[in-house]
Design a protein. Structure first.
Length: 212
C-alpha cells in the first residue's frame, strides 16, 4: 500500500486542480487570520519522543502552521471539539467509547475530519514495544469506521457508503452534514522538509474539507 502513495498525491492534486494550494500561498495575499485546526495524534509531531519543545516541531507541523493555527487536543470528545470545525487525527490512540459517540455527533453536525489510519505503521520510535507512549503500530478501529460503513485492513479501505479512491488508500465520506476523509497511511507525513511533496496530500485534503 505504501508504494501507491505518490500516485495518490498526483491524483488528489489533479482533482483539486491546485486551486486551493495556489490561493493559500500567494505572497501578495497580505496578512490574514489563519483558520484553526484541531490536532489529535500519537505521533511526535508537536513534541519529540522526549516530550520537550526542543525536540518537537516536526516538518509536518511546520507545513500545517503555514495555513492553520494548530490546536492540539487529547481526546476527540465534546469538550475537545467544542468550537472546532476542522480536525486532523493522525494515527490516534484508541478513543473512549463515549468520545467516539461525541466525535460521530460532531461530524454529523457539520464537522470536517481528516483521519490518517495506518494499518501497518512503520514510523521509527526509540520507545520499546508495549510502551504506552509509543505510537500504535496499527489503527485501532473500536467501531467508528464500521459505524461509517468502512473496513480497514492491510489491503486498505473498503466500503459502499463512501467514495473509495486510489485502490483503497483514500475514502471520502459524507456523514450527516459533515465530511470525513480517511487515508489508510500515516507514515507519509514523516517528512524531512515542510516542502516535501508527500505532505501535499495532507494539505490538499485539509483544504478540500475546509472549503466544504
Amino acid at each position: 500500500m505504501k508504494n501507491r502513495l505518490p500516485l495518490a498525491i498526483a491524483a488528489t492534486l489533479a482533482i483539486a486542480g491546485l486551486g486551493w494550494l495556489g490561493s493559500s500561498y500567494r505572497a501578495d495575499d497580505g496578512p490574514r487570520e489563519r483558520p484553526t485546526l484541531a490536532l489529535l495524534t500519537s505521533l511526535p509531531l508537536v513534541f519529540g519522543e522526549q516530550m520537550s519543545l526542543e525536540a518537537g516541531g516536526s516538518a509536518a507541523l511546520t507545513r500545517l502552521e503555514r495555513t492553520y493555527t494548530v490546536v492540539p487536543i487529547n481526546v476527540a470528545d465534546a469538550a475537545g471539539l467544542k468550537g472546532q470545525r476542522l480536525l486532523l487525527m493522525a494515527q490516534p490512540r484508541a478513543q473512549p467509547a463515549e468520545a467516539l459517540v461525541e466525535l460521530d455527533r460532531w461530524v454529523r453536525g457539520g464537522g470536517h475530519l481528516l483521519l490518517l489510519a495506518d494499518p501497518r505503521l512503520d514510523w521509527p520510535s526509540q520507545r520499546p514495544l508495549g510502551d504506552a507512549l509509543r505510537p500504535p503500530s496499527m489503527f485501532a478501529d473500536t467501531g467508528l469506521l464500521r459505524h461509517w460503513g468502512l473496513t480497514l485492513s492491510s489491503s486498505g479501505l473498503a466500503g459502499r457508503e463512501c467514495d473509495i479512491a486510489d485502490q483503497g488508500l483514500i475514502a471520502r465520506c459524507s456523514i450527516g452534514r459533515g465530511q470525513a476523509t480517511v487515508i489508510a497511511d500515516a507514515d507519509f507525513i514523516n517528512a524531512d522538509s515542510p516542502d516535501a511533496p508527500a505532505l501535499d496530500l495532507m494539505v490538499t485534503e485539509l483544504g478540500r474539507l475546509g472549503t466544504r
